[in-house]
Unconditional design. Structure first.
Length: 366
């Protein structure tokens, strides 16, 4: 392999595929990045669950491939002073990196020792804006469970029904749902994607109108944004039917600015330095025109009043402040509707119009 390329472009490629590189793997080859030069330079990272492939332009004079330790390669390329980089393989397993007056020799592994990753896309495909997918992931992933005894809940449930794409997350204490209408979408899909992979996909997606093509199958799913492809294994099992746990009736409802409510809960949480259920934020409506947000701990107390227009019964409910803040910070709407079905029932957060998102948060029992 012999080629020249841009240092900045190469650094972007390394940073991208490094997201999928294993750390301290039993197989040292997976601690590396696979570089293959043919018609273009292709970099690949893989951790036995998720693989990322990045294709970039390079002036290739000789084809070839090598696996190079990811950390070393990243550090070398990052600290090069010249934007012109020359790469070559010598003695079969040594990568030569030259830039300006700097020369590095990095020991690696033969390319044929790297596991083969299938980036074969299915016929059934979903196409949407990268910015939309990024937003859908960010507006739900915070509600994914971290409990390893419930692996199904450690993923995001991706559902296609009719012309609607839905992403769902829940952890037993809260539920997050994000929907998007995709014109022309005509497929039925219900799969679970590991949250770790979806977090990396969110970072890889650009905040633009450029499209990403999603190709789901029974065992894996591929996200293709052109020069970058991500493939990840699916979590096997059946996700909870989220519709069955959404409260049907509400005794109380109020409309409020998510920004105002977020700020009030954040200020009240200053007094709370633990997630102990003994120290919640208390939502209370002393009258039909006021919502109070209170906290009381050994550190001190906080109380704030927010003007509202209450419809229905008064409430006094304890909540974990983090659950509210993580949901509200992802809402871009000017107003949201909060509904309650009693002082021991969940709070639902919905848009003023439409149903593009839905959050449900369970209260803390006193």
């Amino acid at each position: 392999m012999k080629l020249t390329c841009s240092r900045n472009h190469l650094m972007d490629a390394i940073s991208t595929v490094q997201r999928a590189v294993a750390t301290r793997s039993a197989n040292p080859v997976l601690d590396g990045i696979l570089l293959k030069a043919d018609q273009e330079l292709v970099l690949t990272g893989y951790d036995n669950e998720t693989g990322i492939e990045y294709r970039m332009e390079a002036d290739i004079s000789q084809k070839g491939g090598l696996v190079v330790p990811a950390r070393v390669l990243s550090e070398v390329v990052r600290k090069l002073s010249d934007n012109h980089v020359y790469l070559a393989i010598k003695d079969d397993t040594v990568l030569v990196v030259e830039s300006g007056k700097s020369v590095f020799n990095i020991r690696g592994y033969a390319a044929d020792k790297y596991p083969e990753i299938q980036f074969v896309e299915e016929d059934a495909k979903i196409s949407l804006k990268q910015s939309t997918l990024r937003q859908m992931i960010n507006q739900t992933i915070f509600a994914v469970s971290t409990d390893q005894s419930r692996p199904i809940l450690m993923g995001l449930n991706l559902i296609c029904e009719n012309d609607t794409l839905t992403i769902v997350a829940l952890d037993g204490f809260r539920l997050a749902v994000r929907k998007e209408t995709i014109p022309g979408l005509d497929m039925n899909v219900n799969i679970i994607i590991p949250a770790k992979a979806m977090s990396e996909i969110s970072r890889i997606m650009s905040d633009t109108d450029e499209e990403v093509i999603i190709s789901p199958s029974h065992n894996y799913i591929i996200f293709n944004k052109g020069n970058v492809k991500v493939v990840t294994r699916l979590i096997r099992g059946e996700f909870l039917n989220y519709k069955s746990i959404i409260p049907r009736d509400a005794n109380t409802s109020l409309m409020i600015s998510p920004e105002v409510l977020y700020a009030a809960v954040a200020r009240a949480s200053i007094m709370i330095d633990t997630e102990d259920r003994r120290f919640p934020v208390v939502f209370q409506t002393p009258d039909a025109d006021t919502l109070t947000i209170e906290s009381k701990t050994d550190i001190g107390t906080a109380r704030e009043e927010i003007p509202i227009a209450l419809s229905g019964d008064k409430i006094e409910i304890d909540f974990n402040p983090r659950f509210f803040m993580e949901a509200l910070r992802e809402v871009s709407d000017d107003q949201v509707i909060l509904t309650f079905s009693g002082n021991l029932q969940p709070c639902s957060i919905k848009p003023e119009s439409g149903e593009h998102f839905y959050y449900m948060i369970l209260p803390l029992r006193r």
